[in-house]
Write a protein that binds this ligand. Sequence first.
Ligand SMILES: Nc1nc2c(c(=O)[nH]1)N[C@H]1C(S)=C(S)[C@@H](COP(=O)(O)OP(=O)(O)OC[C@H]3O[C@@H](n4cnc5c(=O)[nH]c(N)nc54)[C@H](O)[C@@H]3O)O[C@H]1N2
Ligand SMILES: Nc1nc2c(c(=O)[nH]1)N[C@H]1C(S)=C(S)[C@@H](COP(=O)(O)OP(=O)(O)OC[C@H]3O[C@@H](n4cnc5c(=O)[nH]c(N)nc54)[C@H](O)[C@@H]3O)O[C@H]1N2
Ligand code: SF4
Ligand SMILES: [Mo]
Length: 733
Amino acid sequence: MDRREFIKVSGVTAAAATVPSIFLSGCSTQPNPGEGEVTATPTVCDICFWKCAGHVYVEDSVPWKIIGNDEDLHSNGRLCTRGTGGLGAYQDKDRLKMPLVRTVGPNGQQIFREASWDEALDIIAKRMQKIADEHGADRVALLNHGAGASHFKNLLRGYGSATFSAPSYAQCRGPREVAFQLTYGEGVGSPDRTDMEHSRCIVLIGSHIGENLHNGQVQTLTRALENGVSLITVDPRFSVAASKSQHWLPIRPGTDVALLLAWMNVLISEGLYDKAYVEQYAMGFEQLAAHVRQFPPEWAYLQTGLEPELIRETAREMAKNAPATLVHPGRHTTWYGDDTQRERAIAILNTLLGSWGRPGGFYIQEKVKLPNYPLPDYPKPKSTFKVAHGDDYPFATQPVSNAVIDASIGDDAHYKGWLVYGTNLPMTIPGVRPKLRQAADSLDLIVVIDTMPAEVTGYADVILPECTYLERYDELRNAAEREPSLALRMPAFKPRHDSKPGWWIAKQLGERLGLQKYFPWNDYSEVLDWQLKQVGSSLDEMQQIGVKNFPRKTPKYFQAGEARRFNTPSGKIELYSQRLADRGFDPLPVYKRPPERPDNYYHLNYGRMPAHTFSRTTNNPLLFQLAPENTLWINSLVARQWKLKTGDSVRMQNQDGIVSKSIRVRVTERIGPDSVFMAHGFGHSAKQLRLTNGLGADDSALMTNVLIDPIMGATGMRGNFVTFVKNSEQEHA
Ligand SMILES: Nc1nc2c(c(=O)[nH]1)N[C@H]1C(S)=C(S)[C@@H](COP(=O)(O)OP(=O)(O)OC[C@H]3O[C@@H](n4cnc5c(=O)[nH]c(N)nc54)[C@H](O)[C@@H]3O)O[C@H]1N2
Ligand SMILES: Nc1nc2c(c(=O)[nH]1)N[C@H]1C(S)=C(S)[C@@H](COP(=O)(O)OP(=O)(O)OC[C@H]3O[C@@H](n4cnc5c(=O)[nH]c(N)nc54)[C@H](O)[C@@H]3O)O[C@H]1N2
Ligand code: SF4
Ligand SMILES: [Mo]
């Protein structure tokens, strides 16, 4: 894109044409600007998937800073640490620079060689055509994460496939979405429709907001705390959220369903639930009441280790503040393989509190009715993703990535080709490494579209370097939220090296496959302009403002006493699920004991750290400075037993004998003596990631016991245990 299209600060602020540098200083990641001309270009952050809108400030072509857009509800004008460090993604010296093609080197070993775009795209198109001719176009799957994948979905739909699998489903919020759909007829969505800013009581079950830095959510929780919200945190670890709580419930790992059943028992037996709400909107209350009668707090105490009085007291606290009580549904919900049922229990508990559709509970989302750019109809794929699932996972609404991978192994495998966009499979899907190697042997084509030489690129036949989000247009952000809004991502810089935007790559492949009719434009900006004009805006306008908020057309909450039909078979909130019963699953949540911890082993607990997003930012030079490696949290009793101290380096060995990379110890009381804790995303093995390679350990390498949710296929990651292998002198002593 031509830099002349950049928006001057004057355009953004409607002030003078050039802004004296002094007014723009502060929170810069670069030296403060001199006297040059400063431009501000709208963007939508892609460092995580909260999608905050901001502006990229550039002085005379030199990147300066990214800050939030004040008009944006996702960020309220403030980006998180990671978003502020987004310039590091652009500046990273280790970025992919040109297309790479797998070939055989002089000594017979496989190597990647550099290729021109024309050559790389020709190779891919030829092999995709061959797969379509010999097997059918439905045999190519897209494994993807992130907004830029939309261009490749368009390509594959035109080609004749509809298997698009994202780790945000079976490795993240799939169980939650399925459980809420079963209960309320709709999911929680993203951004999560939690109305925390109006809550009087918030219950966090695992959700470690504060370390989990989803921006708008951290801000609304902070406002709730300022307003004196009663915060109850259930977490075996003393998380940041736990430290802000009235009640911290250090639950025995994996026993949350027992606690949830006991809470329901108290609400019902003490008559504290919202009778009018349940009467009007829900079905199955009698069955629920009979079911939870068996599970008083005294029973739950034996499972969870939480005192019965604490369970009663917190249940009463929730009831006292209802319906402005939010039992947060969490987000990364793939824990113990009974995840849909745990999330069902959370959904049902919220019904008893009357919080769904009520202020302080869950609001009703609304998005902009934005027409799609007119394209010819897509062909009907010969098969759907259900092929990958066989008879399993009847309630999966999206393809389960691990099942797609299984269905790509062997000569008679269904899938013959993969496009992998923006997902680092070896570190993302637990226990997947051996399967990836097998799939790589079976598949006729693996294309990886990435910005970095991440681990996943090692499996590719062809690697295509995408430019970063700061160098491209993508589809408009149109998230269902409190207020409908649109936000624009556009290039703030020309793509570095020989990298290209996703839309360009997809269009080039489309043209080579005779699918140009699905790309009837020269530049993706034409699509955006057309769409924006349908809703009374334009690309011009959005380049000035970045975010446009639209008025709501429907109420944000249920109206008092209002009749409602839910999108479930009964038209009611389904406390009792006949649909689950019909498929042989428990119609009401049932507690299952988590796997037993072997002697001298510890639960492998993991989560987020504020400075990083998964494995995608650990090599980002700006964020690297903040947190170069992860540490292993160990309780002081355990440390004493193993003669470990803070700063020591250890390796872990899991229940299946897998040994981790070295990681430094952090001795702390914030984790109990039955567990260890580490942040996900470190322990890279890709040598080309020169900053991060060799630092910290990777939790996913230790996750060989994968607890699959039979309802929808999610990969529970928390059934793994580790013991210590000490490094250095200690080991030899
Ligand atoms: N900084 C940063 N923020 C992020 C992300 C990131 O990469 N970096 N990623 C984003 C994404 S995609 C997601 S899905 C979210 C994930 O964020 P969350 O949904 O908050 O993640 P969880 O895995 O549910 O929560 C981890 C917490 O669960 C606790 N825990 C472990 N075992 C148990 C248990 O048995 N019971 C209970 N009650 N708690 C337990 C852990 O101690 C830890 O505090 O974070 C988002 N925010
Ligand atoms: N062990 C373990 N596994 C987990 C989790 C965990 O906590 N522990 N968390 C789970 C959760 S909640 C989620 S949501 C998933 C996340 O799973 P992923 O999204 O796969 O996570 P990342 O490891 O960040 O991999 C992102 C990849 O996208 C590339 N990338 C970054 N920006 C761009 C871009 O602009 N264009 C393209 N084409 N590529 C880009 C990065 O270089 C990297 O290779 O992981 C899940 N898996
Ligand atoms: S929460 Fe942070 S990393 Fe995620 S989109 Fe917003 S600013 Fe970017
Ligand atoms: Mo996630």
